[in-house]
Design a binder for this molecule. Structure first.
Ligand SMILES: *Cc1c(COP(=O)(O)O)cnc(C)c1O
Length: 439
């Protein structure tokens, strides 16, 4: 617990960037659901079973079999987290002159694409950009726009199409199976491979089971296998749905591509049977993958996120609808219409939540996405504050406190002011930028 005075001092010292806070000064940490979940008894038991052989560890085979049980790709390449898989993928297939379409690229994905000199393009359906629209699959990719883009740029300049499930940067919204089939058809037409950024595959499959016609009786694991069967490969952060604190993987079917990936892996991550992870981590991930597709777990997970989102919605706070799987996204532009996007309403709201109640959320808006690769700045499509829910970590009374603090901040909305950036890095500036309040 901290006092308002302590929080004022802490956030000022942090340059008004919640990433720079010491976690000890945070009461409820909703910065991310990445690696912040509580591992289960069976995961801790699996850790004791870890074998730390450099090459060919038994833990590697347990990991590989758990991955291919759901994602039957020919090649599975472990990495220390999702962005390492992205860096290997794009350093092999992208580069200057290339364009990589997605529904919405996650921040590290976009940065790894741009770092190679390629361009990332977001093609989520129009409904997905409207925070109030109730479309059941707002993560869907606009396949007509995809077809037009590949035709215009030429398929030789599109090394891969990515689909992010669920669509983290645009409200954590799911992608339907029907949409994945349509994306597959466009990729086949142009002979371009399709990769999934599958961090929240289990939550996405749960939404398919709940919302998509004809899917309600199916096992989540079976839906996941169908999603995988439509793709040529995937990138993964095991810190999300696989319920681990660290890890990831890259997978594909193409032998030549896999060889290039492995060579890059050996150079920067480690040998292909551990990829920057300890044997015990591989075991924790393998067990987590199995738990992630449990219907009881997923029902609890999705309902507890909805509990927060629906309470905020009922109190008149603008939230991204429908409520996503892993997070509730506050619509900062809607709550703070007096702060223009280039004065960062999302930043203002995230600082206010911290000052009011020690809650840490993260801006997903113009701070994160405003800086263009040509150096100019423009408003992101939306300015959101993401309250990500760590898996199996907080109780309902913690969440009730979050609801009260959000309501208190909403009551002072018209008093909140914008910010300006006084220091920023060339890529992924939101992690380290320093701000000053505007008066
Ligand atoms: C977290 C995440 C990543 C990157 O994974 P890390 O393990 O944080 O490197 C990529 N894509 C999406 C959609 C994510 O949520």
């Amino acid at each position: 617990m901290t006092t308002p005075e302590q929080r004022d001092a802490a956030i000022r010292e942090a340059g008004y960037n919640v990433f720079a806070l010491s976690a000890r000064d945070v009461l409820i940490d909703l910065l991310t659901d990445s690696g912040t979940g509580a591992m289960s008894r069976d995961q801790w038991a699996a850790i004791q079973h870890g074998d730390e052989s450099y090459a060919g560890s038994p833990s590697w085979f347990i990991f590989r079999d758990a991955v291919t049980e759901l994602f039957p790709f020919r090649h599975v390449i472990p990495t220390h987290q999702g962005r390492a898989a992205e860096r290997i993928l794009f350093s092999v297939v992208a580069g200057p002159g290339m364009v990589v379409p997605s529904n919405t690229h996650f921040d590290t994905t976009r940065a790894n694409i741009e770092f190679t000199g390629a361009e990332g393009v977001d093609l989520v359906i129009a409904e997905g950009r409207d925070p109030a629209n109730l479309h059941p699959f707002k993560g869907n990719l606009d396949t007509a726009a995809l077809d037009a883009l590949i035709t215009e740029r030429g398929h030789e300049h599109v090394p891969v199409v990515m689909v992010t499930i669920t669509n983290n940067s645009a409200g954590g919204q799911p992608v339907s199976l029907a949409n994945l089939h349509e994306v597959r058809a466009v990729c086949d037409k142009h002979k371009v491979p399709l990769f999934l950024d599958a961090c929240r595959f289990a939550e996405n499959a749960w939404f398919i089971r709940e919302r998509e016609e004809g899917q309600s009786g199916r096992e989540v694991a079976d839906i996941v296998r169908e999603m995988a069967s439509l793709a040529d490969g995937m990138t993964m952060s095991a810190k999300k749905d696989p319920l681990a604190n660290i890890g990831g993987w890259l997978a594909c079917n193409d032998d030549a591509l896999a060889e290039s990936f492995r060579n890059m892996l050996i150079l920067t991550e480690g040998f292909p049977t551990y990829g920057g992870l300890a044997g015990r981590d591989l075991e924790a991930i393998a067990q987590g993958i199995r738990e992630a597709v449990s219907h009881d777990y997923l029902r609890y997970r999705i309902q507890s996120t909805a509990y927060l989102g629906e309470a905020l919605h009922r109190s008149g706070i603008p939230v991204f609808l429908p409520i996503g799987g892993h997070a509730v996204y506050l619509d900062a532009r809607g709550l703070l219409p007096h702060i223009p996007p280039l004065e960062y309403p999302g930043q203002s709201l995230s600082v206010a939540l911290y000052k009011e109640g020690g809650i840490r959320g993260s801006e997903i808006g113009t701070v994160m996405f405003g800086r263009q690769s040509d150096g100019t700045e423009k408003p992101a499509p939306t300015d959101l504050v993401r309250l990500a829910i760590p898996r199996r970590t907080y109780t309902q009374s913690h969440i009730d406190y979050v609801i009260e603090i959000c309501q208190a901040v909403a009551e002072q909305a018209s008093d909140l002011r914008g910010y300006r950036i006084v220091e920023e890095a060339p890529q992924l500036r939101h992690f380290t930028a320093r701000f000053e309040p505007l008066t």
